[in-house]
Write a new protein. Sequence first.
Length: 328
Amino acid sequence: MRLKDIFIEKARERGIEKIYAPRLKKSDPLAFLASQIASGRISLYKPKKSNRLCLTIYGEFVEGIPDAFAGKGDGKAILDKNDLLDFSSRFPYIVIDCSLRDIHSQKELISLDKQIRKTLSVVRKFMWDERLVITSFNSGISALHYPSTEDFLEKMGFKKAVLLDPNAEEKFNGERAECFIIGGIVDKSGNKKGATEKIYRRLEKSGIEVERRRIELRGDITGVPDRINLIAEIVLRAVLDGCDVEKAIYLSQNRKIARWRLRKEIVRKSEIASINGRRFRFIRKSLFKDLSGWLKINEEDFYRCARDMGIIVIDDSLTPKRLKVKPF
């Protein structure tokens, strides 16, 4: 359940179906409205009874007389942050540990800053600003900031915190935790292997117990988005939406990431055939249907990747009897 679901439920309880919210132009306006209320920036108040362009609790914009006005008001609020924060224990914290900023190039730091800001947008879709924590760096965004991850964890006294590490032995299966830690690491120079483990060892040395988990896709981390905002999205889809991790990865994938995994799968599934003494590798057309169910690819991606690797795509009607096939 996302914060906006609680917001809709509470609005219904108060007989609110249409809300006047000036200048509200967002891809998910209800989620944004809920996050702003939970952060204490606005509340819902009794409106003036005049015709307005309203946002309904079904996410539509309609002309009508609003049941509530979203903004700052002088009177008693109909619905405010306290009504939503009563349910705050249902929502985890997302911590971005930026303690390794000094190993990044200037280009990587620019990318890191963008990913942190996009993570705030992701958090607003599911929760609200104060559920995002940035440590060891003042990002300038409306998240919580702490000198270190240790400071935050010690203050909160969590019973379960999970560090998401692509090199962890155990995989993430969508289990809930009070806090998920993501390394603020951008690896464009290819020299940061094991960087997240350094964060784990540092926390361990400080006497803080965290569990390491990797997000994997059918036994491999290839194809799993590595951008901080997308990792956060996968976790929140799994934990709050109850989405299967594989499905959450698919929804967060872009085609570039999917193609990386596609190349691996094409090689794994390829076979060797011989016609008139000439050997070649091939895959069958039906493989596209199998892969497109869990990789965000289209037919163009499928054929292009096969061609780039010198692997031929053949019709499934060509049986082993018509080809001298050997396992690859």
